[in-house]
Design a protein around this ligand. Structure first.
Ligand SMILES: [Zn+2]
Length: 320
């Protein structure tokens, strides 16, 4: 920026954060910047590292309900830097948009949350209840040593969050045009189909796992899992990987392995979904092993104070 007008404080903080190359699970000093700002506001800041992941839990106030702002400082890798028009870790404003890895997801959210807290505390030094901030550097990666571990530790010491607002980008065209109040569940299946290898000329002596799996796959693909509901699109089944083969044009394989994923609505839990899939397999003649990985159950914030307050804030403070 060539002109001399100082940038808006939120842009200044955002720039400072984007300059830190916090490629997951690195935090690269972002939480230190945030902790310093919160410390000055009277927050008690606690660093809660697990493995190579940095987490920050900060709290202001000791009684009453807890309103927490949550987010992450890590970013996905920039990929081939030659494909960038500017340095991914040197924030640059062009045509009213900031370019730099993590500007949208979600360092702008972090900057906005910190600025909002500073303004709120300046206006309401003796506010009721508690304000809290939970930041991790493990959201874009494995996401095992971040928010999950912090919540476990807080629960173990009887510390709870009543309302939580995530600063993740969810708006489509203008700020606040879309407020997400839930998320679909994600369940992956890792399947191995067992067969018996054989010569393609003597199929009666072999058991081809590809032929065994084909009708099961067709059925899984044609099932209408649900029609979605008021808040979620229909549940979807997708195969992400499949391979088999003995490496010879004359040999049928002994095994097939595949991986699939469900993005599912609140019409299912992972248990009911697994059970339904098992029923499909049970109705076919197939020898298989199936392992599951649950990334997360679907959730939906119930109607109430938090949603009402958020909607009110969006309409009461329109973006300029
Ligand atoms: Zn994010």
């Amino acid at each position: 920026m060539a002109d001399d007008t100082p940038p808006h404080p939120s842009i200044a903080l955002l720039s400072e954060l984007v300059r830190r190359p916090s490629i997951t699970p690195e935090d690269a000093g972002c939480q230190e910047i945030i902790a310093e700002r919160l410390d000055a506001l009277g927050f008690t800041c606690e660093s809660m590292p697990y493995g190579n992941v940095r987490n920050l839990w900060a709290r202001r106030g000791s009684s009453g309900p807890v309103l927490c702002f949550a987010g992450h400082t890590d970013v996905v890798p920039p990929g081939d830097e030659d494909e960038w028009d500017s340095d991914p870790f040197e924030p640059l404003i062009r045509d009213g948009l900031m370019y730099g890895r993590g500007s949208a997801d979600m360092k702008s959210g972090l900057a906005a949350m910190i600025l909002a807290l500073e303004q709120f505390v300046a206006a309401h030094k003796d506010h009721n209840g508690c304000l809290a901030v939970l930041i991790t550097s493990d959201e874009e990666g494995r996401a095992r040593d971040g928010t999950l571990k912090v919540i476990e530790a807080l629960t173990a010491r009887d510390e709870h969050i009543d309302w939580c607002v995530l600063g993740e980008p969810s708006s489509q065209k203008t700020l606040g045009d879309n407020v997400r109040i839930g998320r679909r569940g994600s369940l992956s299946g890792m399947l191995t189909v067992n067969g018996v290898q054989g010569h393609v000329a003597y199929p009666q002596l072999a058991d081809n796992p590809i032929g065994r799996f084909a009708p099961v796959l067709a059925e899984l693909h044609t099932i209408e899992w649900d029609c979605g509901n008021e808040f979620f699109p229909p549940t979807s089944f997708q195969v992400v990987d499949i391979h088999s083969g003995a490496g010879s044009p004359n040999v049928t394989p002994a095994k097939l392995s595949t991986r699939f994923n469900f993005r599912y609505s609140t019409e299912w839990s992972h248990e009911t979904l697994k059970q339904r899939v098992q029923e499909v397999f049970a109705s076919h003649d197939i020898d298989f092993e199936l392992d599951w990985h649950l990334s997360g159950e679907p959730f939906l914030t119930a109607a109430g104070e938090l949603i009402d307050a958020t909607a009110k804030a969006v309409t009461e403070y329109p973006t300029k």
